[in-house]
Design a protein around this ligand. Sequence first.
Ligand code: NPW
Ligand code: ADP
Length: 287
Amino acid sequence: MEICVNAPSMFPSVFMPRPLDSHKGTFGTLAIIGGSQGMSGAIVLASTAAVYTGCGKVWAGFHQKTLPMPIIAQHPEIMLACAHELLIREDISAWVTGCGLGLDEDAVIVLEKVLSKSMNAPLLLDADALTLLSQRPQLSTLAQQHSHLILTPHPTEAARLLGISTADIQADRHSAVKAIAQKYQATVVLKGHHSLVYAFDNDTLYTNHSGNPGLATAGSGDVLSGVIGALCAQGIDNWQATCAGVWLHGAAADYLASQIGGEIGLLSSELPHAVRYIRNRAIQQRK
Ligand SMILES: NC(=O)C1=CN([C@@H]2O[C@H](COP(=O)(O)OP(=O)(O)OC[C@H]3O[C@@H](n4cnc5c(N)ncnc54)[C@H](OP(=O)(O)O)[C@@H]3O)[C@@H](O)[C@H]2O)[C@@H](O)CC1
Ligand SMILES: Nc1ncnc2c1ncn2[C@@H]1O[C@H](COP(=O)(O)OP(=O)(O)O)[C@@H](O)[C@H]1O
């Protein structure tokens, strides 16, 4: 299967070799908050994607009273905390929230705290965080005041944000992504076949051509959040991190489809290894 190769030259900051004198602090600390009871997998997927995308340190912050596990057995490098513990740390370079967060009153409080705490850092909102924004005017107002915001809605989340139907979104995806970006003064990914990226402060519409229907599987959006969040934590600006993250995620799915003989049965948990391979390969090819 053909893998789109032009994106690495479009987003050079993402495809640079590491400086020889770099250390883990060079590549940032990402906090991912979500994973309410029964949805722990969502932030495990996002956190795993973040470490495979080269983030220096990754915290998974579970929106639960106690940790659902002492360690992620497959990935002991990921640090675990409950959401309220993570929210008092001062060393976070970028934040992701929403994956499996839930929609209850406690989730509203967590989201409000994340929005306030992260005002000067990149913040990506996905999944339940987007649904909460569409339901709670006070959260929407806080989000509109955030100066480094990335939103990654699927078409139904986009519909909720604009108060229209999913069919309306799909009928004019270009207008929809621009309207959300303007409404929230944010960088927005409208997910799906040929995901679109648009930023309120940049008149460029990026249409992504990597990816395939193998991505139509639970958790693939959580992986995307971890990939983009990791690039932000590495100091890459929101526009390049978002566009390149979307491209890497799709290119990883294309690579996996070529390895497994098609698009059926692709697992979200397989994507992070492939993202690592695609990013490293693109860096080698640019040398
Ligand atoms: N392992 C885990 O722990 C996982 C946890 N997860 C967590 O689950 C939580 C709920 O997330 P969610 O996205 O399932 O619910 P919600 O926002 O109500 O959207 C569903 C509605 O949207 C529609 N729809 C979706 N995509 C569409 C499209 N492309 N185009 C058109 N329509 C589309 C869809 O349509 P339908 O399927 O009915 O056709 C349905 O109506 C959230 O916290 C998330 O992080 C998941 O990440 C999975 C892995
Ligand atoms: N048919 C498709 N072609 C290309 N990409 C797809 C397709 N279906 C889904 N995707 C991608 O997979 C991801 C799905 O995200 P999302 O709907 O949030 O899933 P989840 O909530 O299960 O994590 C998005 O990045 C989307 O662009």
